[in-house]
Design a protein around this ligand. Structure first.
Ligand SMILES: [Fe+2]
Length: 302
């Protein structure tokens, strides 16, 4: 379908239910309007887009990401040395490129990325999209993948008789895990500000398709006893992450992957962090933009 929008953009499925590889465009230079629209359409259809051989710098990654809307500024925490910006760095390397010790505060903080989650679901306006670009990749087969799970495919396959009740539930998401109490990673101000509610089931505004919206920050359900809510959230997360709804991305040099945080879960897979080097740079698009963007899509990545 995207071929209708662009003569250059080619979209190839990588999984029966979601995930597509996009080729034909260099994302490090300003995009033609029809190319961006084709990518935007593929993003809404496929949840996860894989781009190969993109030589992103932080500047060009930020410029491309801004096509999708305003960028988030990260929250201050140990993994960004409490100096957040538009680029989040997922790595086991220090500024000189040397391996960090496992007990480094930033390394400990990044272990949270190995739980299934959606980025910034603890913010009042949750993230629309994240773009992760590979800067240093571990060798093939040693781990350090990014796993994705389709909350949309899971919702479609979930027992129909239970959906009406789930459709109207509201979930409390918190930045701190698993509860706010005694989590030293965030300040009291952050824990208070970053405790929000979102629907359990979200609807894509472009195509109307529904999905489960869960993950490690989803911790309670409004009006439901905590133990019952935890059991239900665990059940839905386990359902979403069944093998048939999952795709594991093994990173290659030059890869960049953009995912739809509204409907896809993700996690980093572990690897021997004392032996192999891995460095990924992420930009995150805030979630308010898409409706406006779809109506008045920008023409270039400026
Ligand atoms: Fe993440």
């Amino acid at each position: 379908m995207s071929a209708v929008l662009s003569r250059r953009v080619i979209v190839k499925p990588l999984h029966p239910l979601f995930v597509a590889e996009v080729t034909g465009v260099d994302l490090t230079v300003p995009l033609a309007r029809e190319d961006f629209l084709a990518i935007w359409q593929a993003f809404n259809e496929n949840e996860i887009l894989v781009f190969r051989q993109q030589a992103f710098t932080d500047e060009t990654q930020i410029a491309f990401s801004r096509n999708f809307g305003a960028l988030e500024t990260m929250e201050a925490h140990a993994a960004n040395n409490y100096k957040p910006g538009h680029i989040a760095i997922m790595t086991n390397l220090d500024a000189k490129g040397d391996l960090l010790p496992l007990d480094d505060p930033g390394m400990v903080h990044r272990l949270r990325n190995e739980a299934w989650h959606t980025d910034s679901s603890f913010k009042p306006v949750a993230a629309l999209a994240s773009l992760l670009s590979a800067r240093v990749v571990p060798p093939p087969g040693v781990g350090g993948n990014t796993d994705f799970a389709s909350g949309r495919a899971a919702y479609a396959a979930f027992p129909a008789a239970r959906k009406a009740a789930l459709d109207v539930m509201t979930v409390i998401h918190r930045v701190a895990e698993p509860k706010n109490v005694d989590d030293p990673a965030y300040s009291a101000e952050q824990k208070k500000r970053l405790t929000v509610t979102h629907p359990l089931v979200r609807v894509n505004p472009v195509n109307g398709r529904k999905n489960f919206y869960v993950g490690s920050h989803a911790q309670e359900i409004i009006g439901m006893p905590n133990d019952e809510a935890q059991k239900l959230l665990d059940e839905i997360t386990a359902f979403c992450t069944r093998p048939e709804f999952c795709y594991s991305h093994q990173w290659l040099d030059g890869d960049a992957v953009m995912w739809d945080n509204r409907c896809a879960l993700h996690r980093a897979t572990t690897f021997d962090k004392t032996k192999y080097r891995r460095k990924m740079h992420r930009t995150t698009v805030a979630g308010l933009a898409p409706d406006t963007l779809f109506a008045t899509a920008p023409t270039t990545a400026v």
